[in-house]
Design a protein around this ligand. Structure first.
Ligand code: NAD
Length: 393
């Protein structure tokens, strides 16, 4: 037991509050269960299952579709004097609700880039589920250990020329101009190695060799495009290079395996552990949140993933010919982007509140780690040594 307070370092919180996280997951489970929709049960593998989009996919899969899920994550368990990572507690809470509903789930805590993790996953599938119908690839990693042991890191930088734009200092709430120097060739290559499609291709080849993919198996990985304001740092930046590689990989998979259907879903920009780290993006997010909330079109990860499984995959809406799914359809509506552009031009440190939903941004940020949740007394000690039962380390 210990008192847990947020310890924020730039764009990350190094502590997590398990009781707060439990409330978060409960809310998401209840949201999904309130939807009266019948969807086909599918054996689902989620690579990157513990936070953000992957976690929401798992919740929709388990509580709407009643689907068995095998999840892969890279999280730290609790220690006597240190809390676990948020993804650990998310998974512990998910497991508890899944057990109440009698929905199968197993979680592998290991490096998704390693042979060992892929092997462990294959063994679990063979033993318990036999075949997989759907793979969600929702990995967001800062680095990758290559098979020869070297570590390569991904960077969030522009390509070709420096990027100068407004950004938000999350500690002082000041808007200022930031200049980000362009990436080197090596940094671009490394970002592609970490966030491109190589790892997904490796997974698919190995799962196919092991004969654990059902005929017609779907694969969905996630990408982002966004408006011109962020293109230099995202779509045309190092991460954009990686996302283009991911798209090419899905095309390659579709060509190579006629019985697999791989998609890329372009999702909405949202506060997650990964997006908070991208320069300029948090300011864009605060403006976007304000506009989308005022237009009654705001969604979180869970609403996005609900729409992915219902409107997109079930009803086939907005799926383009090359298997690209547009879940950013609301974000990219002209009426939203015109207002965002107007606000972006006007915004400065003194009028921040007029144009940006700072409160919503910080709430979402703190909520991810189990903080700023109603009815949780953060002065009280809370149990932090929480196990995950169905875990394979
Ligand atoms: P996130 O940081 O919330 O989740 C990342 C997941 O990957 C976690 O489950 C984590 O445990 C897992 N992970 C990281 N490194 C790993 C490793 N080495 N081995 C195994 N698991 C590992 O990220 P997110 O924002 O939900 O992003 C998921 C995907 O969605 C990414 O491809 C991202 O680019 C994309 N996306 C995000 C946004 C956004 O605004 N957040 C928008 C569009 C697309």
């Amino acid at each position: 037991m210990m008192v847990v307070k947020p310890k924020i370092r730039e764009f990350f919180c190094t502590t997590a509050h398990p009781a707060g996280i439990f409330v978060n997951i409960k809310k998401m489970v209840e949201f999904v269960k309130s939807k009266k929709k019948e969807l086909k049960k599918e054996n689902t593998l989620i690579i990157g299952c513990s936070t953000g989009y992957g976690l929401s996919c798992r919740i929709v899969s388990a509580f709407l579709k009643k689907s068995p899920t095998v999840g892969v994550m890279f999280e730290k368990p609790p220690k006597l004097n240190r809390t676990a990572t948020a993804g650990w507690y998310n998974t512990a809470a998910f497991e508890k609700f899944a057990q109440e509903e009698n929905v199968y789930n197993k979680t592998i805590n290991g490096d998704a880039f390693s042979e060992e993790t892929i092997e462990k996953t294959i063994n679990i599938i063979k033993k318990d589920l036999k075949k997989i119908d759907l793979i969600i690839y929702s990995l967001a990693a800062p680095r990758r250990k290559m098979p020869n042991g070297t570590i390569v890191s991904s960077v969030l930088k522009p390509v070709g020329k420096p990027y100068i734009n407004k950004t938000l200092n999350l500690e002082t709430n000041e808007v200022f101009n930031v200049k980000i120097e362009p990436a080197t060739e090596e940094e671009i290559e490394n970002t592609v190695k970490v966030m491109g499609g190589e790892n997904l291709e490796d997974w698919v080849n190995k799962l196919k060799d092991a004969d654990v993919l059902e005929k017609g198996c779907k694969i969905i990985s996630f990408s982002y495009e966004g408006p011109t304001i962020t293109h230099q740092i995202y779509k045309d930046g190092t991460i954009g290079y990686a996302k283009k590689h991911l798209l090419k990989t899905t095309e390659k998979i579709n060509e190579k395996f006629k019985d697999i259907n791989a998609f890329v879903s372009y999702n909405k920009a949202l506060v997650t552990q990964s997006s908070a780290a991208i320069p300029v993006v948090p300011l864009y997010l605060t403006i976007l949140y304000k506009v989308m909330k005022e237009e009654n079109l705001h969604e979180g990860c869970i609403e996005q993933m609900f729409r992915l499984f219902t409107e997109k995959l079930e009803e086939n809406k907005n799926i383009e010919k090359n298997n690209v799914i547009r879940l950013d359809d609301y974000e990219m509506l002209p009426k939203i982007q015109e207002r965002v552009k107007y606000a972006w031009e006007k915004i400065n440190s003194s009028n921040l509140k007029e144009f940006a939903d700072l409160k919503g941004y910080y709430e979402d940020f703190l909520n991810m780690f189990g903080f700023a949740i109603k009815n949780i007394n953060y002065e009280e000690e809370t149990e932090t040594l929480i196990n995950i039962n169905n875990i394979i380390n």
